[in-house]
Ligand binder design. Structure first.
Ligand SMILES: [Mn+2]
Length: 346
């Protein structure tokens, strides 16, 4: 793909109030990409702000801006400030989201804002027409990888990773590392190239792994055991497995944001399981969050679009169900039954 870095450069240099926005339920790639963009812009003398719709995993707090006045604004906690920042922005940069609805509470504010808008994202079917500039492709591991190649093409970096600020480089590495499940899925040749260049730049891969991947509480590890031992249902007929996670269980295991990260991948380690689903009751009980994963030949993006009000990537997708948790197993089995074969392997 070609990236219009000339346009991006002029948008950045013409803008004073730059606001970086990530998606609801931010994962490592969302936090990584907004903070990477922050650290890059900060080094350019800008004073960008970051908004995330809801809290992000505590393990990523080290990626936050140093200046306490510039800390990430969480819309759920501070809606007034978030709205004010969006309204006052002259440039909005949305990262790691393909539809503005992924910003949840902020969609209308962003639509009404007079700011110019940039999208940097790696999901299927991005709403590129809603942006003045969209950097969008699915042929990368993560938004952080896409942002890395975008920065590399910018005139000030000019292909030299040593010019990327170290904190920006660390954020980029974290987003790529988490979205690929530490190099186990959605890895492209460019992903290794990025990793190689960032490590040569000075990123300490082991330190980041320890901070982000080996950082859980005892109760989270026990919850994981409980899910696999007591909750996982295997459906041999469909080569599928699923787990349900209720709010009651979350309370019992002192659940924190990010604690269920990776659970959905666990059943895929079973030889004949090719599709895995995790259904999580949202904290307010208003809907069920759906996470889907598949082995290579199966396209769960299409499955998520057709049955789960969502979408995502070929082997990793998500969505929502508006039904009680106890109705989900029957719905999931019906969906597997009704899913057209040609779409499954498309
Ligand atoms: Mn991502």
């Amino acid at each position: 793909m070609t990236i219009d870095t000339l346009k991006l450069e002029s948008l950045l240099s013409e803008s004073r109030e730059i606001v970086l926005v990530g998606h609801f339920n931010p994962d490592g790639d969302a936090v990584g990409s907004v903070t990477a963009a922050y650290h890059y812009l900060k080094a350019r003398g800008k004073q960008p702000r970051i908004i995330l719709p809801s809290p992000y995993p505590e393990s990523m707090a080290f990626l936050e801006p140093e200046d306490p006045r510039e800390r990430i604004v969480i819309c759920e906690r501070d809606p007034e400030l978030a709205r004010r920042l969006v309204a006052g922005a002259d440039l909005l940069v949305c990262l790691d989201l393909n539809r503005l609805s992924r910003t949840e509470y902020l969609e209308q504010d962003i639509l009404q804002s007079k700011a110019r808008k940039v999208l940097i994202d790696h999901h299927i079917a991005a709403e590129t027409d809603r942006f003045d500039l969209a950097v969008s492709t699915i042929d990368v591991s993560s938004t952080c990888e896409l942002l890395f190649w975008t920065l590399m093409a910018m005139p000030d970096i000019a292909g030299d990773p040593d010019r990327i600020p170290l904190r920006c480089a660390e954020s980029l590495y974290v987003g790529m590392m988490t979205d690929t499940n530490n190099f186990s899925n959605s890895v492209f040749p460019g992903t290794f190239e990025m990793a190689s260049r960032l490590i040569a730049r000075g990123v300490n891969k082991e330190a980041l792994q320890e901070k982000v991947l080996s950082c859980y509480s005892v109760s989270r590890t026990r919850l994981m055991g409980h899910m696999v031992k007591d909750k996982m249902k295997v459906l041999p007929k469909h080569q599928a497995a699923y787990m349900l996670l209720s709010n009651k269980e979350k309370d019992r295991y002192h659940f924190l944001p990010g604690d269920s990260e990776g659970f959905v991948n666990l059943p895929l380690a079973i030889r004949d399981v090719r599709i895995s689903a995790l259904f999580t009751e949202n904290f307010d009980g208003k809907y069920i969050r759906v996470s889907l994963r598949s082995k290579n030949e199966i396209n769960v993006n299409r499955f998520a679009i057709r049955f789960f009000n969502g979408g995502g990537h070929r082997n990793a997708a998500g969505g929502r169900l508006y039904m009680p948790l106890e109705d989900v197993p029957a719905y999931f089995e019906q969906a597997l039954e009704a899913w057209p074969e040609e779409e499954k392997f498309s």
